[in-house]
Ligand binder design. Structure first.
Ligand SMILES: NC(=O)C1=CN([C@@H]2O[C@H](COP(=O)(O)OP(=O)(O)OC[C@H]3O[C@@H](n4cnc5c(N)ncnc54)[C@H](O)[C@@H]3O)[C@@H](O)[C@H]2O)C=CC1
Ligand SMILES: O=C(O)[C@@H]1CCC=N1
Length: 272
């Protein structure tokens, strides 16, 4: 993979996850720059990852070949307005922000950005990320290849052909780790109520989640429903538990939750 200099502007949770995953994959530390308006955050990047880190978005963007916009959506306009001194024409820009379209980002920057929108998720931190990518037609194949390789270094990727697909990626992957964490939190709490200490309750849940996920990955030809059925003995305990989920309409609840995430991303497009 090409080793361009990549500056992350906004070095919070998501940027940190990608940076850590990139370093783990062997991306050279001297090619990564973290910029954060908080000196404490940039100092942490220097100390923890040994990468270049500072508070100067303009100077860092000028130095970089690729600029990853990784601030919260509500901070994006101010950031890009303050970066008006940057000549964007020679740079690939990657935005990981939810709910801001590529056209709107160019408008905020005051110039047509060569932009790839990426929707990653935090498991990038442990090189198990899932990212969806979208690029407008005018972005070159070389830039698209680089963006894809960058995210592939921290997990799996999929391209979407329409920009609206990014909102569907948010619902199915960007936000998804939080759904699984919530489910595991609920299971850990109940295991504690049933008498396990906190540590053992967490171990029971996390190992079961990890094992289930690994079985899914290891058996691409087996439907998820079949894997579920293999656990579910007729008249047994699993069937009783699944009955409760079904009676409480888990499937419909999951659909509603994912639709709410898409709706919120669409609403954000009109806010920022
Ligand atoms: N956290 C997640 O799981 C995911 C987040 N995203 C997107 O990533 C972006 C960042 O989210 P998080 O990392 O969770 O937020 P965060 O709040 O952890 O990090 C944002 C960082 O940007 C810094 N910042 C804000 N304005 C700045 C400026 N003008 N110059 C330099 N630094 C500035 C803040 O100090 C903060 O450290 C958002 O747009 C979000 O939609 C996308 C996918 C997943
Ligand atoms: O909650 C959010 O808006 C961001 C986007 C996906 C995950 N976190």
């Amino acid at each position: 993979m090409e080793q361009r200099t990549v500056a992350f502007i906004g070095a919070g949770n998501m940027a940190r996850s990608i940076i850590a995953g990139l370093l783990e994959s062997g991306y050279p530390a001297q090619k990564l720059i973290a910029v954060d308006r908080s000196p404490e955050v940039s100092a942490k990047h220097r100390e923890t990852y040994g990468i270049i880190a500072n508070e100067d978005a303009v100077a860092s963007a000028k130095q970089a070949d690729v600029v990853v916009l990784a601030v919260k959506p509500q901070d994006m306009e101010t950031l890009l307005q303050n970066m008006e001194g940057v000549d964007w024409s020679s740079k690939l820009v990657i935005s990981i922000a939810a709910g801001i379209s590529s056209a709107r980002l160019s408008e905020m920057a005051g110039s047509q950005l060569k932009l790839v929108r990426v929707m990653p998720n935090t498991p990038s931190l442990v090189s198990e990320g899932m990212s969806g990518l979208y690029a407008p037609d005018f972005v070159s194949d070389v830039d698209k290849l680089f963006a894809g390789q960058l995210m592939k270094a921290v997990g799996e990727i999929c391209w979407v052909s329409e920009e609206s697909g990014i909102n569907a990626v948010i619902a199915a992957a960007g936000s998804a780790p939080a759904y699984f964490f919530l489910f595991m939190e609920a299971m850990q709490a109940e295991a504690e109520r049933q008498g396990f200490d906190k540590e053992t309750a967490r171990l029971l849940v996390q190992q079961s989640a990890l094992g289930a996920a690994k079985m899914v990955v290891a058996n691409p030809d087996i439907e998820l429903a079949t894997l579920r059925e293999q656990v579910t003995s007729k008249g047994g305990t699993t069937a009783e538990a699944l009955n409760v989920f079904n009676n409480k309409q888990l499937t419909e609840t999951v659909s509603e939750a994912m639709q709410a995430a898409v709706r919120r991303a669409e609403e954000m497009e009109s806010l920022f």
